[in-house]
Structure formats: C-alpha cells, structure tokens
Design a binder for this molecule. Structure first.
Ligand code: CTP
Length: 393
C-alpha cells in the first residue's frame, strides 16, 4: 500500500486496520509528503511490518529492493492517491520509492484519489485519470462532500470500508481471472519407438510447459496437461495425461477439446520410424540398415485449423538455435496459430535450466521479455492469456 501526502492520510491507518482484520498482509510505502501527515510508527504498528520510505536507503534496498517490493504484492493500493502521485504514475515518472514501485510493476493497482475539488476537476488531473484507467488502474472514489480545505465537491477519500470492499473485489477478480476457462497444455518430449527397447527422442525437460500449466491453474483455469515422459511431478490442481508418441499426443489433445486456450510447448518429434520392430533388433555382422522416417502429424497446425472446435487462442512455441525472430514469424504464419513464444535454446541455462528468455510474437508485432525464471515467464504468459480471453468475451 502506498500512502501519499494528503490530509486524508489518517484514513489510511483505519484502512490498514480493516485490511489486517480481513487477514490481508499489508506492506506500506510512505511518500515524503505522506510522512508529513502520518508517522511511520503508526503505519508500522498497524501493518505489523516495516514501512518503506526511501528509494536510496541502503538498508531498505538490502532488505527488499523497489523491484521486489513491487512484485511481492497481489495488489498495490494507493491511498490517498494525491494529484501528484496520479500525475507521476500517468506519466511514468520514477523519482521516489512510491513512483518507482508503480512503474516497476505489472501487479494490478487500485487508487483511491483524494485532493482538493479544484485539483480533482482540473483538466490535468482528469487527463491523468483517463490515462490511468486506460492503463488498467482501478479507481475507487473520490466521494463528494465537505473538505478539510473548506470547499465542497468531489475529492474526499472514499471511506475505508468502501476501499476495503474494492480491494477484496480486485483481489478476487485478479486471483482467478481464468475461472471457468478450460486450457490445454502440451509439454515435454515425445518418444518414437524403433523397437521394444530403443526410441527416438529429444532433450526437452518439460519445465516451461509444466510451469505454464501451473500458472494457468493458479489463475483459475481447468487445465489438462498432456505430457511426454519427463522427470517432473504434475502441478497441483492440473490433470495430467501421459503420452509417448506424437500421434498419442494428438489423440489426447483432440479428446481434451473443447478448450478456450491451447498452449503447445511440447518438443514433438517431427518424424517417426516408418516401421517399428516387434522384437529387439539384434546387432549383426552386416552393416546396419538406415532408419527410414515418416512425418508425424503437426499437432499445433491441426489444433489451429479454422474449424468450429478451434480454441479461441492457440499458442505455439518455437525453440530455435539461429535466426530466432525470422523463423518464429514464419512458424506463426505457417501453423496458423495466434501467438508464437520463441526462444533461443542455445542461450546458456535455457535448455533444461530454470530460466528462459523469450519473445512473444502475434499479429501486432514482437514483444521481447527480459530473462526470467520459467515460473515468471509462465505467469506473465498466463496473465496475457487471461487479459486476451477476458477482453474478447
Ligand atoms: N509442434 C507440434 N507438432 C509437431 C511439431 C511441432 O504441435 N509435429 C508444435 C510445438 O509444440 C511448438 C511448435 O509446433 O509449439 C513449433 O515446434 P518446432 O519443433 O519448433 O517447429 P517445427 O514445425 O517442427 O519446425 P522446425 O523443426 O523446422 O523448426
């Protein structure tokens, strides 16, 4: 929660008390102006946590930097949101801990404005408000009434009970934006048998796909994870279907339809041996027979085909070792899917590792995401999926 500098800052204390009573953990950032109205001691006592004030404080940064602060919350509440804080957030200014936190986050933000009526109705504030709303910021209040400055009109901070209700609604909505949605995720390698003991396969660990299944489930989706053999446990709340071959994976995908979104991360074998020996092939003195291969079905292209059972959103992955963007763009067009998430698997630590560095390509263009853990990439993707699905229905 960010407490700005306004006479209504005293109501922030009551709001924190109500939030704590509702069992919501609160971590406070107090602006310099805010500290003119309420003390860090009161805020700290009520929130039962340290109060953060200074962008440049070595101890604050060492304990929890502004990036971590902004990411650790499920919701950022700005109360009171002053004209100055709103203007900074609308313009993307970052010259103190509060504004830097707001700029460094993709966590949902709820602002409770409070200011003099003329400041509120000023075209600059109304312009900033419109920008913030367009950016997805939620706003509660302000109320109309007599103000501390002796004037009357809109500008009073919404009552703490009303802000609490808005917080609860935002948390509920944000926690499960994929409630009622069905998702299908493929992950891991496929294996194609040559004989009862030998297979053709690849090095996919399945980590990114499993992380995506977990993130979609966390956002409330009903997730079916269709997985080739991996060493990973099924994420909590996800229904896993184990398959081996590409054809088995396609069949399992088709049985999981209809879904709202399909995210196909599996490293599907493009080819399989034309014949599978029923007995173990023995080593003989003659030169080994070449293995003849036939093409496997393309699961992504099949699911993305324009038929009535097509998921609203079909997302493919492109693991490339060179010309990542060009190859990924070609794949987007060739497969008919809506987005391609592309990565360079030669980047250190990506293949089988904990981190990923991806670009998301859709018809609007290319978004380059900074390197992050596979879990963070998964959550960002799940949120993008939720936003897209919810924007269309
Ligand atoms: N894919 C699939 N079925 C296949 C091959 C690939 O569903 N038979 C999916 C993968 O799950 C991934 C996307 O298609 O989402 C791209 O996979 P990739 O192996 O990179 O693409 P290919 O079409 O095989 O292209 P290439 O191997 O030439 O790069």
């Amino acid at each position: 929660m960010i407490v700005g500098g306004g006479i209504a800052a005293y109501k922030a204390l009551e709001l924190i008390r109500l939030l704590r009573k509702a069992d919501i953990a609160v971590r406070v950032i107090l602006t310099r102006a805010g500290a003119e109205f309420v003390t860090p001691l009161s805020l700290s006592a009520l929130s039962e946590d340290k109060v953060y004030q200074d962008l440049w404080s070595l101890t604050d940064e060492a304990e929890m930097g502004h990036i971590e602060l902004s990411r650790s919350a499920d919701l950022i509440v700005v109360a009171p949101a002053t004209a100055d804080l709103m203007a900074k957030a609308a313009c993307g200014l970052a010259d103190d801990l509060a504004s830097t936190t707001l700029l460094a986050t993709d966590t949902p933000v709820l602002m409770a404005p409070s200011m003099n009526v003329r400041m509120w109705t000023h075209p600059a504030t109304q312009r900033n408000l419109a920008i913030l709303l367009r950016d997805g910021v939620r706003v509660v209040g302000p109320d109309e009434g007599a103000m501390a400055c002796g004037e009357f009109g809109p500008g009073r901070l919404a009552e703490p009970e009303v802000i609490l209700a808005a917080v609860l609604a935002a948390l509920k909505q944000d926690a499960k934006p994929l409630q009622g949605r069905r998702a299908l995720v493929t992950a891991g390698p496929t294996i194609e048998p040559l004989d009862p003991v030998r297979v053709l396969t690849n090095r996919s660990s399945g980590r990114q796909g499993y992380a995506i299944a977990a993130a979609l489930a966390k956002l409330g989706a009903d997730v079916t994870l269709i997985s080739g053999p991996t060493a990973l446990a099924a994420p909590v709340g996800v229904m896993r279907v184990d398959v081996e071959t590409a054809r088995g994976m396609l069949e399992a995908c088709e049985s999981a339809l209809p879904v709202d979104v399909a995210v196909l991360t599996a490293a599907v074998a493009d080819w399989r041996p034309e014949t599978v020996s029923t007995q173990k092939t023995k080593k003989s003195s003659a030169a080994p027979e070449p293995i003849r291969l036939v093409e496997n079905p393309d699961i992504l292209a099949t699911l993305a085909a324009p038929v009535s059972s097509r998921p609203a959103l079909v997302i493919g992955f492109a693991a490339e070792t060179e010309q990542v963007e060009a190859y990924a763009k070609a794949k987007l067009a060739r497969k008919g899917c809506d987005w391609i998430v592309a990565n360079d698997v030669t980047a250190p630590g990506v293949m089988g590792g904990e981190e990923n560095e991806v670009m998301v390509i859709d018809c609007a263009g290319v978004e380059r995401w900074t390197r992050a853990t596979k879990a963070d990439v998964a959550m960002r993707l799940a949120q993008r999926i939720a936003q897209t699905l919810n924007a269309h229905t």
